[in-house]
Design a protein around this ligand. Sequence first.
Ligand SMILES: [Fe+2]
Length: 216
Amino acid sequence: MSFGLSSLPYELTALAPHMSAETLEIHHGRHHKSYVDTLNKLVEGKPEAGQDLETLIVSSEGAIFNNAAQIWNHDFFWKCMKPRGGGRPDGRLAEMMTEAFGSFDRFASEFSEAAVGQFGSGWAWLVLNKGKLAIRKTADADLPLRYDEQALLTIDVWEHAYYIDHRNLRPRYVKTFLGNLVNWDFALENLNRASQADRASRTDRWPQAAGSQLIA
Ligand SMILES: [Fe+2]
């Protein structure tokens, strides 16, 4: 058994002009693919080759963890965007956002701050922790799964995600993501799934993770 490269949930040109086909082609076809190819080489002939991706992520470290987690992160990230995305969530997600952050605008501000403020490569997340929404940022390949939190939404803030379209202007990329790309339907689906499976909070584990910070 080997790990595969998932297809994008839309055409390469579907997110333009907010995210170009060139960005998607290189990000998915080269960066994401290289994590898949590298992981397959690392686990070849080993028991890990037969594990599912999430089991591998929570039980590994080093290069295997990094590549496995980056596959999971990218599979998830592609679904966090859609053509004609952006705007505000509604329904239960909107209510919970107001409860957790005070308003959507406050959420957007804190999420942007986390995404822009992540030093170096990493991810910003909207997660469900003990029935409540929270924002996290993680370094490199790190992800909420390691902390028993359910990811609802993420933005990739590695430079490869935005350099072609925005050069070094990460704030402009984050603004474009929230304004024109974010897929709130996917976040709501994740919320509905996660609500049933939400486990006990493990936030006390966050400070132990190098480079990962509890934001709210
Ligand atoms: Fe990426």
